[in-house]
Ligand binder design. Sequence first.
Ligand SMILES: *Cc1c(COP(=O)(O)O)cnc(C)c1O
Length: 429
Amino acid sequence: MKFENSLTFAKAQDSHDTLSKFRSEFHFPKQNDKVFIYLCGNSLGLQPKAAKEVLNKQLDNWANLAVEGWFDGEEPWMFYHKALKKLMAPIVGALETEVCPMNTLTVNLHLLMISFYQPKGQRFKIIMEGGAFPSDQYAIESQVRYHGYDPKEAIIEVFPRDGEETLRTEDIVAQIKKDGDEIALVLFGGINYYTGQWFDMSSITKAGHAVGAIVGFDLAHAAGNVPVKLHDWGVDFACWCSYKYQNSGPGGISGIFVHEKHFNGDLSRLAGWWGYQEDKRFKMEKGFVPEAGADGWQVSCTQVIPMALHHAALQIFESAGFIQPLRNKSINLTGYLEFIINQVNKNLGVEQYKIITPKNPADRGAQLSIIAAEKGKQIFDGLVAQHVLGDWREPDVIRLSPIPLYNSFEDIYQTGKVLLEVSQKILNR
Ligand SMILES: *Cc1c(COP(=O)(O)O)cnc(C)c1O
């Protein structure tokens, strides 16, 4: 697409956009009646207007049915997660049996590592991206210690080359080959939270399997953002949160994926009653027998309230045709933001804003990570004061993420205008 830095161009794009109607299904934050341009869906997705209604419905069910709500009413809670599985599967390219909503993300990462990190003999190492999200670093470090290893020996982080901001697939694959039969687990983010780089998940999976390792992904920044094919790529396991690109509310329910090739294995797991064979769960018998599929990893009873929010949010994805139509728009929207930021640089006469996210759309999702040459934090605060809301990540990145479900090309054009004004003021240019 050939971009132009004009309101006319932006409005024309919006008028051709078949997804533009979904914008009105979300609440935008406001301050003194001024609506924010919201570019922070990478951190917390906006609230669907339907959220209140589905919550009220479940509160009514609770009020009117009380304990009978588990088996009575239109949507008995006992089977409530099944409706979600149907909507989750297409978002991550999985079979319905391979996904299940449960718990929260870091908890699921731990539960899945109990099953999939099985160090033995010389095969005890974990390969991960350098600069992974801190929660993942802490989870992995503690798992390694739990098994009695020293994180310094057992965890291998792959970093970008000197002078580069993002990882090269060839370097990841080379590291996997190098450590070969010492690797128990390859565990990467789908998209790195800081740089916005989308890793070549298919190549990483192949390389991991070629040396006999298990391969898992944390899709916090990928699920609902980019099309992934967990089943076809043969990924062993994955988990993600629903409150970023999937708009399901702060602390919302997380999702897990377990590839069907593991359904009949003898994986260890931390069991609870909700993972027990469904039709015999209430026999309350001794001796854990897991339900088939990903459902067998459930521990506690269905979290109906956060699942109701997730359900409402995923129904919007379903109306939009799930991921591919959103991805098509996302490529253009983020491409437009990249173009607009470069226009701001041009107008300032210096490269004040350096985008560290890969240029190739195949290597990124919605997010652009921007490093300001001067006064980054002050400029970020200036943007917020002018009602443009992205987020700031220490030490020096501004993250802006246009979301195809609710952002418009006009949002991007206006962001450029505000960024130029704020920069001129703060930099005295
Ligand atoms: C957002 C995010 C988390 C957050 O984990 P919670 O358990 O939901 O608090 C973890 N890992 C990654 C990679 C993230 O992006």
